[in-house]
Design a protein. Structure first.
Length: 252
């Protein structure tokens, strides 16, 4: 492998949350979407966040990725504290340091696969490293699909384009919001293997939210959320171990 993901300095986490609270409403209608979460995401690690509906998974991911702001607490991406950052700077940081893969693919329908993959770099005024582009595209099996628009691609292919778009930028951290939620089990396995390999081979840091124990079993670490709190954590989990933990936490 010639092109590692951007190396992280020493053991510095790729992302850190400290005492994160996100509170909606007040009094009787108050909802604590995040109720004091502290967690580190280490470079070159694949983390899955699980928990029942309403447990705060999306809120946590959105706060980590600078798409939402916590009520209090701190989020760092690498060495950079983002919680107090001005919108413009935060937008630039998201563009330069963070990759996203969404459940709904979020490709631009009028652009080809190639144009979709290079769009973020284009917007940032950056040149795409063509050797790295070629390698990612080849690894993801998209070589003969580059001139097609999304409607000419299967769901699995569209999600592979979204993965390529995220990986080509070599982000400090890649977030996936139910990245396999719209895919059948074969296509899910394909996309999860791509994310897994990006961690293994390029040292990419990946964090996904999923409700699927099979998807979570691709991760190095699974975090279990309930009621806005981190309730448990598993390392190198099997599907059975994940199911067991979900059950012990009250059948997530
Ligand atoms: P999950 O992703 O685990 O399903 P969310 O992070 O979406 O959970 O939501 C956590 C809690 O915060 C839920 O109780 C949800 O209803 C509440 N919540 C999320 N967004 C808002 C909002 N904009 N206004 C009020 N409550 C919200």
């Amino acid at each position: 492998m010639t092109e590692p993901a951007r190396p992280a300095a020493g053991d510095r986490p790729a992302a850190t949350a400290r005492e994160l609270f996100k509170i909606y409403g007040s009094g009787d209608t108050e909802v604590r979407a995040l109720n004091g979460i502290s967690v580190d995401f280490h470079p070159g690690q694949f983390t899955a966040i699980m928990g029942p509906s309403g447990s705060g998974k999306s809120t946590l991911m959105h706060c980590l990725a600078g798409l939402d702001r916590p009520s209090s607490g701190s989020v760092r991406i690498g060495d950079t504290e983002i919680t107090e950052m001005k919108d413009k700077k935060l937008t630039a940081l998201r563009r330069d340091e963070i990759g996203f893969v969404f459940q709904s693919f979020n490709l631009v329908p009028t652009l080809t696969a190639r144009e979709n993959i290079t769009l973020p770099a284009g917007i940032a005024g950056r040149k795409v490293d063509s050797a790295w582009f070629d390698e990612v595209v080849e690894r993801l099996g998209l070589g003969d699909r580059l001139d097609h628009v999304p409607s000419e691609l299967s769901g699995g292919q569209q999600q592979r384009v979204a993965c390529a778009r995220a990986l080509v930028g070599r982000p400090q951290i890649l977030f996936g919001d139910e990245p396999t939620g719209n895919l059948d089990s074969n296509r899910s396995a394909e996309v999860l293997s791509i994310l897994r390999n990006s961690v293994h081979e390029y040292g990419q840091t990946v964090v996904i939210v999923t409700h699927d124990p099979r998807a979570a079993s691709y991760a190095d670490r699974v975090l279990f959320l309930a009621d806005g709190v981190l309730r448990d954590e598993l390392e190198a989990p099997s599907v059975d171990a994940i199911l067991e933990t979900m059950q012990s936490l009250g059948g997530m």
